[in-house]
Design a protein around this ligand. Structure first.
Ligand SMILES: O=C(O)CCC(=O)C(=O)O
Length: 259
């Protein structure tokens, strides 16, 4: 079923859209439990395929780590929103988790993912953030500045201090199970967590086909994972796309990830 017109209008004009209940409670619980197992088993190595972040736990390369994550990344109802932003040709860019530690006072600078600006063909990055805990103003809601995906500017280039409050910023709060679809050119960032519990999220991040993946999936996925993929999963991971292989020759992608 196509997304409602008012949703698409909000994505076009505001740049993001929260979908309460998009992930059912049982799936939200399974994702959370699996991520906790991975944080535990990976220990100090957790997130090492990506970058460490002070005050947060990170996991990366999740498409390789459980069939559950691969099922989420091909949900039709998710891809319909992603394709609305990026057009028909899309691929997974990265599939990571971020958990803001209890008591973390650090504010993430306002940014666009991968410092991406739209090009002559339009938008090329779109993220989905899956809330695994309730997001509140106290525990690290996501802030964003409405309409900035249309500005053609990056916060680091035009703001004196991207960590400071922005006069036009809004907060995304919501119940666990809410999914935030975000045009990732939108200026956004995570806030401090002043509570006694972590604030956990899953990030399923997509790119337009003619740009490199943030993390080159073909290099990261183990042979046994590749052998278990459905045709649609292979397509979304761009495993058989020669252009993606060429784009991913960028040394930064080869060595781990594109910022
Ligand atoms: O999980 C969040 O609060 C969003 C974080 C974010 O925007 C990022 O890590 O790029």
């Amino acid at each position: 079923m196509d997304p409602p017109q008012e949703h698409l209008k909000q994505l076009d004009e505001v740049g993001c859209l929260a979908l309460p209940g998009f992930c059912d409670p049982d799936t939200t619980r399974r994702i959370t439990e699996r991520l906790e197992e991975l944080y535990e088993s990976e220990g100090e190595q957790a997130g090492s395929e990506f970058r460490p972040e002070e005050g947060c736990r990170r996991l990366a390369n999740l498409a390789d780590k459980d069939p559950l994550f691969r099922e989420l990344m091909v949900r039709d109802d998710l891809l319909a929103y992603i394709r609305h932003v990026l057009g028909p040709g899309i691929k997974l860019s990265s599939l990571n988790a971020r958990s803001i530690n209890a008591g973390c006072r650090r504010t993430q600078p306002l940014h666009a993912d991968m410092s991406a600006l739209p090009d002559n063909d339009g938008y090329w990055v779109c993220n989905s953030l899956w809330m695994l805990d309730d997001f509140t103003a106290e525990n690290g809601a996501v802030r964003y500045v409405p309409g900035t995906h249309l500005s053609g500017q990056l916060p680091a280039d035009v703001l004196a201090n991207p960590e400071a409050d922005h006069p036009d910023q809004k907060l995304v709060t919501g119940r666990a199970g809410t999914v935030l679809v975000m045009n990732a050119h939108l200026w956004h960032g995570g806030l401090p967590n002043l509570t006694e519990n972590p604030r956990r999220a899953l990030h399923i991040f997509f790119a337009r086909s003619d740009h490199p993946q943030q993390q080159y999936q073909k290099r990261l996925l183990r042979g046994e994972t590749q052998a278990a993929l459905t045709p649609l999963q292979r397509k979304i991971l761009a495993l058989d796309d020669p252009l993606n292989d060429v784009l991913s020759r960028d040394p930064a992608v080869r060595s781990g990830f594109l910022k």
